[in-house]
Design a protein around this ligand. Sequence first.
Ligand SMILES: Nc1ncnc2c1ncn2[C@@H]1O[C@H](COP(=O)(O)OP(=O)(O)OP(=O)(O)O)[C@@H](O)[C@H]1O
Length: 631
Amino acid sequence: MKPALINAHAQQVLQAVQGTIASHGPAADLAITRSWRRCLDQHQLDPASRRAPNVVEHPRLQDHRAPLEHIISVAHWQMSSLHQQLGRDGHVVLLTDARGVAIDSVFNESERAEFQRSGLWLGSVWSEDCEGTNGVGTCLVERQHVTIRRDEHFRGKHVGLTCSASPIFDASGELLAVLNLSSVREEQSLQQHFKAMALTNLTANLIESCYFLGHDPQRYLLRFHPEAGFVGLLGEGLLSFDESARVCSVNQAALDLLGLSREQVVGLSLTMLLETPIDQVMSQASTQPSVCWPMRLVDGRLLYGQLREPLRQVPLVMPAIPNIDDVHVCLEDPRLQRGFARALRVLERDVPVFLQGETGTGKEAFSAALHRASSRASQPFVAINCAAIPETLIESELFGYRGGSFTGARKDGMIGKLEQAHGGILFLDEIADMPLALQTRLLRVLEERQVVPLGGATARPLDVRLISASHQDLHACVADGRFREDLFYRIAGFAVQLPPLRERSDKGRLLDLLLREETKGARIRLDAGVRERLLTHPWPGNVRQLRTCLRTLVALALEGRVTLDDLAELLPATPATAALAENPLGVSERQTLLTLIEAEHWHIARVAARLGISRNTLYRKLRHHGISRPG
Ligand SMILES: Nc1ncnc2c1ncn2[C@@H]1O[C@H](COP(=O)(O)OP(=O)(O)OP(=O)(O)O)[C@@H](O)[C@H]1O
């Protein structure tokens, strides 16, 4: 926006608020004048200011997203559908929290730069006290749908935008979020305005209903309407109640249909609302109601309803220390324990979990333990290592294919890993190594919750809980464009940092567990000093390297005895490793690699085995440090 235009607009705003120009144009709308006044008197904003909108950066943005993960997952699909229905470029759909912070967005990737210039992106703050009159901010104040057209914005900087925003309320009537549709294109026709308004409103209502349906699965849920055919559609009344028939929550449509206020209904016994006996109503309950039955209100009006009974309780509270024998991993380090219990809780609520940790820290073991402890323990656990599969095969591995869909494909096709995980848990290891094109496909699958095999025409529904992991810093991958930001937010709902072995406080217990597993019941005695040495070694390859070392020691042990000499052969105290033991962070990984690779005369498999890492990981590390074989 040109400075002259910004200043001219600012002038118009000031004159309108001070009453020196007649009430026409934007100021004719009372909601707009009220808002402009607030901006000047309460928030003391300058309409001519050209500063860019405030942006909440990661990880603070995660604090805004985390409490609303459930609504984000419900809303995202609807937001994509709204964006698609508008069918033109130049639109961005934002979901903000009740403080106006954008927590999710949908737009055409090719327009990213344009929207960023206008401040329409994840983390931007659109409250009225920051940005003046605007769709989100003014909707938050007015608590109803608003459309703010170009020069109705307070700040001259925003007069290129047209925004339609609708509030989304939770089941207790609290304002939870705002759905906002912004256009950066030239003046729209009246028809386009109405379409945008209507679609935004409709989408917000849909999101609100979906949210209500899933918000409290442990209660009875009554859906009702005076017309049987309208039960299950937008506009139906939704009411949840407990075992004693006490009303717990209602949506606005239910209040409108009953002709009562929220205060009158919540806490009331259903027997006070219905003439139909309560046991007759309860007898209709089922987990998947499909038929509507008549019921009568105390004022004699007839309604039709469906009653969903409480769904199976999911375990939300974990024992403080998961039992090693139950989950087969040692998690006694307090950081790991807390991470495990919290990850399990969020996973049960369908929040994706992201594990970050050095190679061999036990990311897959941790995920498998989450699976065993979860309510999906009897369903599949499917793990896929995105770095270990050649790029050309990842797509078919993940999505599967129909018979004969490409040269070399099996005749009868193949079910992809995504579908194999249906009903269970999918673990995507080294997700940062996934090619960009596949990231786009994966994002779509996660949003639409359905999968189409290669060469296939029909989509199949997909119900998976997702755990992903990487040894890389995913923020850095997003920052340098190697990882899609929107996919990052979709998979990293809850992040757990797995500590390296050298920093763990439960090394002793872990050593005992691994030794038990490696000896498989045989009696092995560790000579004096061996245990101490094992516990103080820096283990750059973490738990995997420790396991490999124990396996080798067990195999080499003569007469069931492991000596310090055996160990010294496996863990020679090279200058690098000795220094690493003293100060693990003080010695560069590069130096360690150089020392080992020279000692092993560039025998990659042997170096990888000594470090306890895969050959792929070793190659990656060599590339990373610019180490190449002398010519
Ligand atoms: N907490 C633990 N308790 C018992 N065993 C463990 C634990 N953590 C890891 N392990 C063992 O260490 C080895 C490596 O673990 P895992 O494959 O899970 O590591 P990772 O972090 O996924 O490795 P990568 O970075 O190479 O993908 C496995 O043999 C696993 O059983």
